[in-house]
Design a binder for this molecule. Structure first.
Ligand code: SF4
Length: 364
């Protein structure tokens, strides 16, 4: 459909709705599309877009960074996706550990880890990401690499977000949707994750949802579809990205995940510990599980974690409760060159995206 027609229709439906509508994009790549194409600027004033917990690097808890940094400092070789190296832990980041002599390698894919393993047989891969990257880690584990799994499942985070008291409406013009998650009027569901898990899993969430692709037109169309649901007072899952996302997802990838991982609890930055939201390596592969191999050291490291007070508001940004520019550190102290929080490190992080694409003004 012609983007101009979509925008025209968005304007028409927004007028019909009248009140403020808050839509949350649940994927870091969507946040980038929104910023790159200035989508917020072309939307009617009453339609607000906020970012959610869709950036896997950003939702990694500080204490998990401390553990992996601790392993690196103990002399264990670590391989991690490049964008996680600068995420600050309570004491230091992996980059800082590397500067101090730890063997830390930035990789783009798991095949590079297999190559590194030929030289560093003890190398531990820091497996991180949603259902999108978990199959690659599962494949590498089957090939014999050791991993520390911080992989997370997306639907439990969405459930937590919808249940969180903080996401209830504080607006003087309340949403007509009473109950769960009424502060957010609709969700743009992630395209990559949905390509793996399909669309059926979202049906249990009683909110308007549209799975979208990553072109500007996809995001605009998703907004149009969500607004149309809001007008019709519907709460259903629609698929705008049907050229890639199938109802049943990717069975091969899901089977691989299930073969290597089992579900366990996981800590999420901003959302806290969420039951059954993490992927833990199964006993069958315990000799490739860093948590099993280094359990004593990890326990020792865990007992020493001291949460450092921080002015970083990533936790609130990830829940859509504030925008990056509402953080006092944004652009003043926190920049991609000097990140104070995970949301500024990753190119998919809301603060990083805002910094690169928009000239948002600082609060003070
Ligand atoms: S601007 Fe920096 S310090 Fe503020 S919330 Fe974002 S990452 Fe954290």
């Amino acid at each position: 459909m012609n983007p101009e027609k979509i925008i025209k229709n968005i304007n028409k439906i927004s007028k019909k709705i009248g009140r403020e509508v808050r839509l949350m994009e649940l994927c870091g790549t969507h946040s980038q599309t929104v910023a790159r194409y200035g989508i917020k600027n072309i939307l009617p004033k009453n339609i607000k877009l906020v970012s959610g917990p869709g950036c896997p690097v950003c939702v990694t808890d500080q204490s998990d960074i401390d553990i992996i940094v601790g392993l690196a400092n103990a002399g264990i070789s670590i391989a991690a996706y490049g964008d996680v190296l600068d995420v600050p832990g309570n004491i230091m980041s992996l980059s800082q550990a590397r500067q101090r002599g730890a063997r830390v390698f930035a990789v783009y894919n798991v095949a590079e880890v297999l190559k590194l393993k030929e030289k560093y047989s003890d190398i531990v891969f820091f497996g991180l990401g949603f259902e999108t990257t978990a199959p690659a880690t599962a494949w590498a584990i089957k090939k014999g690499i050791i991993a520390y799994s911080l992989h997370k499942l997306f639907p439990p985070a969405m459930a937590a977000l919808l249940k969180s008291a903080k996401t209830k409406s504080t607006s003087p013009q309340p949403s007509p949707y009473k109950g769960e998650g009424d502060r957010i009027d609709g969700f743009i569901n992630p395209g990559h994750v949905s390509a793996i898990i399909g669309t059926e899993v979202y049906k249990k969430f009683k909110a308007p949802q549209v799975v979208a692709g990553f072109e500007a037109q996809d995001v605009l169309r998703a907004i149009e579809m969500l607004l149309a649901q809001i007008v019709r007072k519907e709460k259903k899952v629609e698929n705008e990205y049907c050229r890639v996302v199938k109802k049943e997802g990717n069975k091969k990838a899901l089977d691989l995940i299930n073969e290597v991982f089992e579900v366990g609890d996981a800590k999420w930055r901003g959302l806290g510990e969420i039951k059954n939201s993490g992927l833990k390596i199964r006993k069958k592969y315990q000799n490739q599980n860093a948590e099993f191999i280094y359990c004593d050291l990890i326990e020792k490291l865990r007992s020493k974690i001291i949460e450092k007070p921080s002015a970083c508001k990533c936790g609130l940004v990830l829940q859509g409760l504030i925008e990056p520019k509402d953080c006092l550190l944004f652009k003043e102290i926190c920049t991609p060159e000097n990140p104070q929080g995970a949301c500024m490190v990753s190119v998919e992080g809301a603060c990083n995206v805002e910094y690169r694409y928009n000239n948002a003004k600082c609060k003070s």
